[in-house]
Design a protein around this ligand. Structure first.
Ligand code: GLY
Length: 391
């Protein structure tokens, strides 16, 4: 009798701990989504009628940009994620409105960032609504993106400014997801072939033996050889700029999703290994550059943390080491959702996260909110919510 009573208490305690931990999960996630919804609504009201997109805070005011800014897709994308979380038609209406603002991008080929701009906005819109009027924008944009591919270098050109002959930045790995979509949708392999050539060349030339990445590689278009390995937004040519490491991790994870080719999985795991071994902060939110000279006083980059968390949640599904990645990403997401990084409702000019770094060497966007930190934070919350509902 005594033993049965004891067993009962052990089981009851276990169940109550189990359910209270589930409840905790649900409550911090739901509270974060609620805060994010409040902030997005506040932002949409604040900028209503301006026909521009919020990027960050500059001189105490919302920095607004037009559709040609590389970050133009993130605010509409965040609204789409919020519609997905809440099913609230008000968020759908706003998401449609800000996505429509980007319509003329279909005729633009002036940057590699088209993947970010169009896949986060139109891509999420199409995924959630099936609106067929979005398709031609995505396909025409994919055509414009592959028009930047150079056979000799085996890469898509990133920028049209600067002194480089043919600059390619690690960020460009993020633009490939649109191309995989385009081939799947049109059944034309050309987009996918370009994406994979770009990913393979980048794997060869952008990465160091420790699987950290250079930021910019300049190519010679006559020989296809590398002219220089440099940085633009990082601390030094040989340093590891935090967001660049996150872009690469995310990009190779997408390549594995699109192909099932183990070499991309190994690459993503190796990059994850570099990030996890070098983060150097207790809360796992990285400094803006892993080699910043003023660590531990260097600014943190919440955007790099959000991109990393989102990528690791996906990667955790593909490998036996999944728990390691899931647990790391969960800690990052919990910390981003704490008072140190998550804005209080009504503050932060309507942005969701605080404390990111845009371009420190140019003295631009240091310790500020950034629309892409918010976008990848929401994506991480979505991925996390979906994963814990299956556990
Ligand atoms: N793609 C530019 C940046 O990450 O800041």
């Amino acid at each position: 009798m005594k033993r049965r009573l004891l067993n009962f208490f052990v089981i009851a305690t276990f169940l109550s701990l189990f359910f209270s931990s589930c409840k905790n999960n649900a409550s911090w996630v739901d509270e974060s989504i609620e805060t994010a919804a409040y902030q997005l609504d506040m932002m949409a009201k604040e900028i209503s009628g301006k026909e521009k997109l919020p990027r960050s805070i500059r001189d105490g005011e919302i920095r607004l940009e037009d559709l040609y800014d590389w970050t133009s897709g993130f605010f509409p994308g965040s609204l789409w994620y919020m519609y997905e979380f809440t099913k609230d038609e008000m968020f759908k209406k706003q998401a449609v409105e800000y996505t429509d603002l980007l319509y003329n991008l279909k005729d633009y080929a002036g940057t590699h960032d088209l993947g970010f701009m169009v896949y986060c906005s139109y891509g999420n819109g199409f995924r959630l609504t099936g609106d067929t009027s979005y398709i031609h924008v995505m396909v025409e944009t994919s055509d414009n993106l592959i028009s930047r591919f150079n056979e000799k270098t085996g890469t898509i050109r990133s920028w049209d400014f600067g002194e480089w002959q043919f600059p390619v930045i690690i960020d460009n790995m993020m633009n490939l997801e649109l191309l995989f979509w385009a081939s799947d949708f049109t059944k034309n392999p050309v987009y996918r072939d370009v994406a994979l050539r770009h990913a393979d060349t980048t794997m060869k030339n952008h990465y160091r033996p420790d699987f950290s990445s250079y930021h910019v590689i300049d190519y010679d278009t006559i020989t296809g050889n590398v002219i220089a390995k440099q940085t633009f937004q990082g601390y030094a040519d040989e340093s590891a700029w935090a967001r660049g490491q996150a872009w690469g991790l995310y990009g190779y994870t997408v390549c594995y999703r699109a192909t099932g080719d183990e070499k991309y999985l190994r690459m993503a795991e190796n990059i994850a290994g570099f990030i996890m071994d070098n983060v150097k902060t207790e809360d796992l939110i990285p400094y803006w550059d892993y080699n910043a000279p003023d660590i531990p006083n260097a600014p943190r980059d919440a955007s790099a943390a959000a991109v990393t968390a989102s990528a690791l949640f996906e990667l955790s599904q593909y490998t036996k080491q999944g728990d390691k990645y899931f647990n790391y990403a969960e800690t990052v997401l919990k910390n981003l959702s704490g008072e140190q990084y998550l804005a209080k409702k009504g503050e932060n000019k309507g942005f969701i996260l605080m404390h990111s770094v845009g371009h420190l060497p140019a003295n631009s966007e240091i310790d500020t909110p950034l629309n892409y930190a918010d976008y990848y934070y929401l994506e991480s919350l979505m991925r996390y919510k979906n994963l814990i509902s299956k556990k």
